[in-house]
Write a protein that binds this ligand. Structure first.
Ligand code: BGC
Length: 750
């Protein structure tokens, strides 16, 4: 530095000092923006570039000279990932990183309860904070487009409105701890097959109506401080530096002021990394750019190549200042925040929260009077199936966790019926894996009996039983609920369908619990007496399931996705739709979202295709009677078009009285769907636009009031890039699921 420059820098520093001599950026009483403005000019180009890329598997550099700390990230989204080595994915071998494992996000979505989402976010945020993490890599809100999607268990179902409502409290809960939520994977990343080499061909209407709204809610309503770009391409550009998605939509239209973080290895190009809206590059393959020696973070796209481009004039510093400002903002919001809690880890409150959320998400799909369980003292309960004993917090990919304990369903049922004989038989062998990423459950799942013997032993065990429960489903092995692969089918693996059918023919009343994070087919549903959808419930998974089976908790979960009868019934009919095709002359696989907005129940209800259990379905041990749906107006004058950020004002209120007419206290999710008038543009016959979970004591009546903004009625018009409300007579459908509509009302829109 020349003497004149040093003098100038000193003058700037003195001018920037607050009264007590503390530089503004270090003064927690100053606003985040004042601190950013003060800090930015103090940084050299090299320091700014150093902040934009990783220095280890999960951290990026700070500016030690100025006391600006490193940024530390962690997976996400179900608990705090165990520590890995600096430059190696191996476990660091800490003995104090066993966390509370919270339920998978598909379970959280199934609660349809925003308070549960806040509790989840708050609790996991406290755990992240305790572990000194600044960014939690989650939650995920990619839409469950196909039942085969390997990561559906980490997402919030098939409906953009549900996912949008559920993501907001999670983000707020995490961030109130001074930890950024990094909402992932932006965007249209709906499959694991070839996730780094597939171009999602999605039209803008479908993008705006189905695949963006949950992210939009996380940003605009949740105030998310970070977003993770996805591995795939949209519109021919990789999403970690996709100009349209990141610069135009996320940062432009939605005004996102946080950081865009690449998925690990998702940054693919030196120039686009600079200009495409990316702020922080992480995990460019584990060794730093394909086969380079270890610890080669300086080879990242946003490292030496960036410095080189600035030095030789191919790149300016405008983008760099923007990236550095955003990273500083992140730091002042998190590790240098004025008010920051210590957090807490493995607290009894967190385990209690995990149990409550997992129980609230458990869905009673069918009950012919056999649940809740009642086993007399000295009676016999027979439990069959591998998922009754298999610990599943371990596995699944980057959401793999090491937890202090995991209660299995069998252990919890034994605890719930201490005076009964609770017998377990495996029935089949699924996966004997007990470790993932060198985290081991400590179980021994080896089995020497052949399949025929296993089934015969299971049948024999049922003799004299007071109740028989089959607990099976999926697990987190490859080609099941697992990152990096998709399922191969929606039928249950390991011959479970045949085993269930056999058992149903032998025992008088069979109860089936399916544990999965994604939709499976249930061809035997008519032949059994009760069906429960359980999830990967985390540390307290067994307790939560037993709470529902025994009636300690009255089930109130609702399906966040459709359970179709078969894969063939769904909207993805061709290879070009899924898993994509390789066209001549194209470097990347092309995947055409030809079904447009007809995803999940939007497809089944519009095409009148019967399903096994519909979206939004879930029973209770009590009964709910619905009164008529009442709209606050019968006519609205809100037809016409409006801009992408408009239409948030409430234009209509719909209310319904609901009475708990049974004998138990319980909770019901009242759902509101809109049916548009017939028009030139094809639209789904119903779309979820409101819901409210009412907790009602036996005999109590409550009122659900749902507010509809103008946007609820709108479709996206790609040509004008505006939302459009069509005039005509709309039907408001209020009910207990997307197919169980209890009352309707009409509204005329002029
Ligand atoms: C996953 C992300 C995860 C990251 C870091 C990636 O492979 O797609 O969801 O946060 O790894 O573990």
């Amino acid at each position: 530095m020349k003497p004149l420059h040093i003098l100038l820098a000193c003058l700037v520093a003195i001018a920037a000092c607050t009264n007590n001599g503390t530089p503004v950026y270090l003064d927690p009483s100053k606003s985040v923006e004042e601190r950013v403005a003060d800090a930015l000019p103090r940084l050299s180009i090299e320091e700014k570039v150093a902040m934009t890329h990783a220095q280890s598997k999960f951290s990026s550099r700070g500016v030690p000279r100025l006391g600006i700390p490193e940024v530390w990230c962690t997976d996400g989204p179900h608990g705090i990932r165990p520590e890995v080595l600096w430059d190696d994915w191996s476990q660091a071998g800490w003995s104090n990183d066993s966390c509370t494992a919270f339920p998978a996000l598909s379970c959280l979505a199934a609660t349809w309860d925003k308070e549960m989402s806040l509790l989840f976010g708050r609790s996991i945020g406290q755990e992240a904070r305790y572990r000194k993490k600044d960014v939690l890599l989650g939650p995920g809100v990619n839409i469950c487009r196909t039942p085969l999607g390997g990561r559906s268990f980490e997402y919030m179902g098939e409906d953009p409105y549900l996912a949008g409502q559920m993501v907001v409290p999670y983000v707020k809960g995490v961030q109130e701890n001074g930890v950024a939520a990094c909402v992932k994977h932006f965007a249209v990343n709906n499959q694991e097959v070839r996730r780094t080499a597939t171009n999602s061909v999605v039209d803008e209407r479908t993008l705006y109506e189905i695949y963006l709204p949950a992210f939009e809610a996380a940003v605009k309503e949740g105030g998310a401080w970070a977003i993770m770009g996805s591995y795939n391409l949209w519109n021919g550009e990789f999403n970690c530096h996709n100009h349209r998605l990141l610069n135009d939509i996320l940062k432009g239209e939605w005004g996102f002021d946080g950081v865009v973080i690449s998925d690990w290895g998702g940054c693919r190009d030196d120039d686009d990394a600079i200009t495409g809206g990316l702020d922080m590059e992480f995990g460019t393959w584990t060794d730093g750019l394909h086969g380079a020696p270890s610890d080669s973070y300086n080879n990242y796209h946003l490292a030496n190549p960036y410095l080189q481009r600035i030095a030789d004039g191919r790149a300016g510093t405008r983008e760099l200042d923007d990236k550095a400002s955003r990273i500083l903002r992140l730091i002042f919001r998190t590790s240098m925040a004025s008010e920051r809690h210590y957090g807490s880890f493995n607290s009894p409150e967190h385990y209690e929260a995990a149990r409550r959320i997992a129980a609230a998400g458990t869905v009673l799909l069918k009950n012919d009077g056999v649940l809740p369980l009642s086993i007399p003292d000295g009676g016999k309960l027979v439990v069959i199936g591998e998922n009754a004993i298999k610990k599943m917090v371990v596995g699944g990919g980057s959401s793999n966790l090491k937890t202090k304990y995991e209660i299995t369903p069998l252990e919890a049922l034994q605890e719930a019926f201490p005076n009964a004989q609770v017998v377990w038989e495996r029935g089949y062998v699924g996966s004997t894996e007990t470790s993932f990423d060198r985290v081991d459950t400590g179980e021994d799942l080896s089995e020497s009996r052949p399949a025929g013997q296993l089934l015969a032993d299971a049948i024999k065990a049922t003799e004299g039983a007071d109740a028989v429960i089959f607990i099976g489903g999926l697990n987190k092995s490859a080609n099941q609920d697992n990152e990096g692969t998709d399922k191969l089918d929606i039928t249950l693996p390991y011959g479970q369908d045949a085993i269930i059918e056999t058992l149903a023919g032998v025992v008088p009343h069979l109860i089936v619990v399916n544990i999965s994070g994604s939709p499976v087919a249930m061809p035997w549903a008519d032949k059994v007496d009760a069906v429960v959808q359980g999830w990967y419930g985390g540390s307290e998974t067994g307790h939560a399931l037993a709470d529902v089976l025994t009636g300690a908790v009255n089930p109130s979960g609702k399906l966040p996705f459709t359970l179709p009868r078969s894969l063939a019934d769904g909207p993805l009919k061709t290879e070009r739709q899924y898993p994509g095709i390789q066209e001549e002359g194209e470097q990347w696989w092309q995947e055409y979202y030809d079904e447009g907005v007809f995803v999940g129940y939007r497809w089944y209800s519009s095409k009148d295709i019967p399903v096994c259990f519909p979206f939004g379905h879930g029973l209770s041990y009590t009964k709910f009677e619905y009164g008529p749906a009442k709209a606050s107006k019968s006519t609205l004058s809100c037809a016409g078009s409006f801009g992408v950020n408009e239409g948030t004002e409430t234009v209509l209120k719909v209310s319904t009285d609901v009475r708990n007419s049974g004998e138990r206290d319980g909770a019901e999710v009242v759902q509101l769907y809109l049916m548009p008038p017939a028009g030139d543009v094809e639209r789904p016959v119903r779309e979820l636009k409101g819901f409210e979970k009412l907790t009602l004591n036996a005999g109590q009546t409550g009122r659900a009031v749902m507010e509809l903004p103008r946007r609820a009625f709108a479709r996206f018009d790609a040509d004008s890039h505006r939302w459009v409300v069509d005039s005509g007579t709309w039907t408001i459908l209020v009910g207990s699921s997307s197919e169980d509509i209890r009352s309707t009302a009409e509204i005329k829109i002029n």
